[in-house]
Write a protein that binds this ligand. Structure first.
Ligand SMILES: [Fe+2]
Length: 300
């Protein structure tokens, strides 16, 4: 496997770079994979989605499986956990969900401990990877976002493969990659979580290797409050360049307006969300999210 951590210019890097760019371009034009049964997606579906995630770090799917009478029920959700199991995914944050399966319903609510947290509001969300505040032994390497009901207006996501961001930065300066690989480059202070628990300070790199595969993973948030960056000039320059790339609508970013029954399977790609508005009459936007500690793979 290509060693992205080596910053020496080489023919191997040129080849990897060119293959990544080609794969990202192909991913932009692929129709979502049709999944007839989320609980039992079958070998060809699993193989296609795994290949797509391997190539471009995200893949879209579409299903008719809305989880039953989801028009009126907020609890009747599709079997996204079973779907994830077909990809050998290890569920993270099982503590957050009421049933211990790690399946989290994202919808506008001001109930209980979700009140005031952006994911449970109609506000937009800036670029980030999931779990950027997690401890090193609990990193998030993949997640699924599945749409039960879209918003009446807005709530559109953009996705960006971290490997493409890496290439864009390395094209400017390999020193930026080195700075962002530093084990203490980004710190998120401790915080009280939405479930009331205390999350300790999280210190770590932006670019790091997945524990099992060594593939490039990213830990990042565009937030500017409650975050501290290494104050080396090269790090500051690298962050400025990264911010500029994400703000500039790279042609390899994918815009995704998920419809009911559609979802994104991905290796914790960078993503954002526009603000949205629910209709007066409908039950409101409902997305299901499940996070995992390993990357999408064939079940072994
Ligand atoms: Fe997210």
């Amino acid at each position: 496997m290509f060693n992205w951590e080596s910053l020496d210019g080489s023919a191997a890097y040129d080849e990897w770079r060119s293959n990544r760019l080609k794969a990202a371009e192909i991913a932009l034009n692929q129709a979502p994979v049709e999944v007839s049964d989320l609980s039992n997606p079958g070998e060809s579906v699993v193989s296609e989605l795994t290949n797509r995630c391997d190539a471009a770090n995200f893949a879209l799917y579409t299903s008719d499986d809305s989880g039953g009478d989801s028009e009126h029920s907020a609890t009747d959700i599709p079997p996204v956990g079973d779907f994830a199991a077909a990809f050998g995914l290890k569920v993270a944050e099982a503590h957050r969900s009421a049933d211990g399966t790690g399946v989290v319903a994202l919808r506008v609510t001001d109930k209980g401990n979700q009140r005031g947290f952006i994911p449970y509001s109609p506000r937009g969300m800036n670029w980030h990877t999931d779990g950027y505040y997690n401890a090193p032994d609990a990193r998030i390497s993949a997640f699924i976002l599945h749409c039960v009901r879209p918003a009446a207006d807005g709530g559109v996501n953009q996705l960006f493969n971290p490997e493409i961001l890496y290439i864009r930065l390395r094209d400017i300066s390999p020193a930026y990659i080195r700075a962002l690989m530093h084990p203490t480059v980004m710190s998120i202070p401790e915080n009280i979580e939405s479930d009331g628990s205390l999350r300790p300070v999280s210190v770590g790199p932006v670019f790091y290797g997945d524990a099992l595969t060594g593939r490039l993973q990213m830990r990042y948030t565009a937030r500017t409050r409650s975050i501290s960056w290494c104050d080396e000039p090269v790090t500051q320059e690298a962050i400025a360049a990264l911010t500029e790339i994400l703000a500039a609508n790279d042609p390899l970013m994918m815009q995704v307006a998920l419809k009911a029954g559609q979802g994104v399977l991905n290796n914790n790609a960078l993503h954002n969300r526009t603000q949205f508005q629910n209709g007066n009459e409908d039950a409101g936007r409902l997305m299901i999210r499940v996070r995992f500690h390993n990357r999408v793979q064939r079940k072994t």
